[in-house]
Design a protein around this ligand. Sequence first.
Ligand code: ADP
Ligand code: MG
Length: 578
Amino acid sequence: STESEVREFQAETRQLLDLMVHSIYSNKDSFLRELISNASDALDKLRLESLLDKDLDVDTSDLHITLDTETDGDARTLVVRDNGIGMSREDVVDLIGTVAKSGTAELRKKLAEAKDSSTTEELIGQFGIGFYSTFMVADTVTLITRKAGEQTGTRWSSTGDGTYTIADVDDAPQGTSVILTLKPVDTENHLHDYTDPATLRSLVKKYSDFIGWPIRMDVEKTTTTPAEEEGGEPTTVTTVETETVNSMKALWARSRDEVSDEEYEEFYRHVGHAWDKPLEIITLKAEGTFEYQALLFIPTQAPFDLFMREHNSGIHLYVKRVFIMDDCEELMPEYLRFVKGVVDAADLSLNVSREILQQDRQIRAIRRRLTKKVISTITEMRGSRAEDYQTFWSTFGRVFKEGLVNDFDNRDAVLKASSFSSTQSETDLVTLADYVGRMPEKQDSIYYMTGESRQQIENSPHLEAFRAKGIEVLILSDPVDEMWVTSGLEFEGKAFRSIAKGSVDLDELDDAETADDAEDQAQAEEFEGLLGWLGEALGDDITEARLSKRLTESAACLVGDDFSMSPQLEKLYRASGQ
Ligand code: ADP
Ligand code: MG
């Protein structure tokens, strides 16, 4: 496996690359942000590795990123280099030769649907293309890398067609260099001159200023000194100086009014490996016993692994500006797994392990506080930015409601921040406060019906009488709804009651005394025979047949006992093998 070989990209990757090579995406500049973001991650990982592994023989005294350019006639090259963790040959095959992201099935589907180029823009933004974005600006991409602690390096190269070459190299410096053979400048198609120092400087400033490692660039400086003697020539000296282009200021340590929205957005894209805009930015600072700062984001778009077992948590943990770990799931409960960002704790040990984190009192305190803060932010968003809240709810509502089942301490707050579909409106979401405010005086429960879809629920005969009497019913069609709604949760002292279970006497809700006992009695006698016959004919399939007041058009419907499982819950249990 040591010699050079040509390998094929996996099918999805090939389609993705094709999309990149022919991209009309207007934000081609973002390839630089992606490369710098990867380099920064690699430096973080190396520093951490050297802290944890004392035997690792690497020099970590000058970790940095460099941008190097070369122009030779028409040929222009940009090199982004880091002396970070590097990659082994297997790493390169796994990480660069494959779409590492989960949700490849989804991606394949979208790529197949993307017939015209106008959907490209959207796709790129949605998937977050990472390393492959280099093919928007380069004809050939070459990567030379050597993993910290290893002797042999790897050279990877591709022109973005179906294949790449991979080979061992002996003289690779530790870390990674990405060498871009740039496409011709074409400003009309958003392809700038990425060998121009001024262009590079402004891109770094715009996208990567907050990166915690120096981003260095050699710039030529020309100085002219006047002639020493009269009539002589002035002397011009050109020197090359190395300049650090970024300010390296940790965004989370700065106060909110010092940081622009654009800076926050770019930082979000870096920590979140995202391409969308954050829907919400949350800053938090705690002083006193446990000192920490947090900068959190609620994304606009859902990652593709949101509902997968192996999804990543989006929280990075730092200790006094030093990166400790990404994917720190101890800091955020499962149901808030869509939240991304950074927590910087002052008093943790630098070589804290995941095992220690699980026991740590401080981590638990931070998690409690962050959880409350995220929930209250969502509640506020609903009050002040209805449209953003709508976006949030349609993207993450299903996940958020898992908190109603799993977070006993906060479930009332989660319930308050939640919204629901109801018979009140075809399109708008309602809050429980709205619902309770509209309840007839005598109604003591919040009525709901669960099902697979709004349409299925609306077609159900159970709804008839409620519709006829104008009594609002919550329409719950997410799988998680089955779980919380039967968990004994109440809202303002009102229990949740399924309209498909037990007996529902809607007459009781009427203000006028319409319930007529004599008429009920007469009806009961009239139908006695039929009910008896139904009970016998259906035998073990039903518990009893009874007269109902819930129907206005249909002749009969099936209802569950007060304490029985709904058909949806039965299905859920059966699917999970119980
Ligand atoms: P992402 O950064 O979202 O994981 P990318 O496509 O940008 O996706 O990168 C894929 C993976 O390749 C990274 O997760 C990382 O493991 C590896 N990688 C990329 N660039 C570097 C680098 N400069 N040094 C070390 N590893 C890298
Ligand atoms: Mg990346």
